[in-house]
Design a protein. Structure first.
Length: 306
């Protein structure tokens, strides 16, 4: 076969050419042009010469050759697309693994398909949520009821819902060893097709595909980092960013000052500087600014408090 490939002649206008090489007297080959987007490719078929002694067999082979070339081109195109999809999947998984926000991808039957490293750390610690029978479940019973109701509503929203925009759900889940709750944001995985997945959509819809994405955020870590970008855009200093993140986590100005080990008057001065840089005048307006930023990043997705 190697010898035949090295000796392959140019393909004729008929779309194929015979390969006959002195180094392989008992064999011959047929080189066929592939069709589709890969016209520069070719298919080589190797035969023992005694198999082609019957002219009828040779005639039938030449009749089938163009079709075989087209099939080979289609297979090559599919293989290339699969390779590209695999590279994209690997890149996306690497990006998710680097995220400090826990990301869990869930199927229509609520089976966990993927959890990045940050999410896995939360699950392993049972920090407000855990994995049971390959399903995501909050550790507190009353949280579990609300969580699964919200997850069902995201995966299979009611058809009578007035708004056609996709909706997510945001929940606060109690944690055993922490005062501040775990933040869970549930969003549909298939933008524009949420109503076609699972029990509330097409009966023939696959149940093994991604249906929802659950983001898990520990307020003391991930939530603060979520505001860093918008703070940088407004020119906030690191200490001003820390103050805004503390206020966003629900702290009062006094509590934020204590956690930052500064005086309340100093924190108040920093807050005035933040107001000046963001053109805001109240803490509520400031937090609304960040919420609008988050909605813009998520494509104007609406969120229900659950």
């Amino acid at each position: 076969m190697r010898t035949l490939i090295d000796a392959a002649p140019p393909i004729s206008r008929r779309g194929f050419s015979w390969i006959r090489e002195a180094a392989t007297p008992d064999h011959c080959g047929l080189i066929v042009a592939t069709g589709g987007a890969h016209r520069d490719g070719h298919l080589i078929l190797a035969f023992a010469r005694d198999h082609l002694e019957d002219p009828a067999v040779t005639a039938q082979l030449l009749t089938l050759a163009p079709g075989l070339g087209v099939m080979a081109g289609a297979m090559r195109a599919i293989s290339a697309e699969l390779d590209q999809a695999d590279r994209r999947r690997g890149a996306m998984e690497a990006a998710l693994q680097q995220s400090e926000c826990g990301v869990v991808i869930i199927s229509a039957d609520q089976t966990v398909l993927f959890a990045n490293a940050s999410a896995q750390a939360i699950l392993d610690a049972g920090d407000g949520v855990e994995l049971r029978r390959n399903a995501l479940r909050p550790t507190r019973y009353h949280d579990a009821v609300r969580f699964h109701a919200a997850l069902d509503a995201v995966i299979a929203p009611p058809r009578h819902r007035e708004s056609q925009r996709e909706r997510g759900a945001m929940l606060l889940l109690e944690r055993t060893a922490a005062e501040r709750p775990l933040i869970a944001v549930i969003a549909p995985a298939n933008r524009g097709h949420a109503s076609d997945v699972g029990a509330g959509g097409d009966a023939d819809a696959p149940s093994g595909g991604a249906a929802a994405i659950v983001r898990l955020m520990r307020p003391e870590t991930s939530f603060a980092h979520g505001f860093e970008t918008i703070c940088q855009l407004h020119g906030l200093s690191p200490v001003e960013t820390q103050l805004v993140a503390s206020l966003a986590r629900g702290m009062t100005l006094g509590e934020a000052a204590t956690s930052m080990r500064i005086k309340t008057d100093t924190a108040r001065t920093y807050l005035k500087q933040v107001f000046a840089k963001t053109d805001m005048h109240r803490q509520t307006d400031l937090l609304q600014l960040f919420l609008r930023y988050q909605r813009a990043v998520s494509g104007e997705m609406q969120f229900d408090a659950a």
